[in-house]
Design a protein. Sequence first.
Length: 112
Amino acid sequence: MTKTNKQLQEILDNINDCVSRYENMPLTGIKEQSEVLRKLTCNLHWLEGERIRAHERYMDVYFKSKEKSNAGREKYAENKVRELYMIRRIMTGAYKVLESLRSTISVYKKEV
């Protein structure tokens, strides 16, 4: 599998691994945190691509919907492209972990 064709499940597994590793590592482990930061950042990049593809599918479904109202088309598209909501929520949480990692690394770098 090439990096440009990472599957959504692999990306999500990698993000979960990063969050678990960060949760369980000592805050003073700058090297380990830097490795997690790199892996998390790369997987967020790949997840952005998945979000774009899901949004394109959403828009396609939205505009092809036979619903009369915008709200009806939105609800129909959301039901057909359920992964878009999940991707957005995971990205929000993962970016918060990313910020935390950066802050922790920055604080402990100054102390070393």
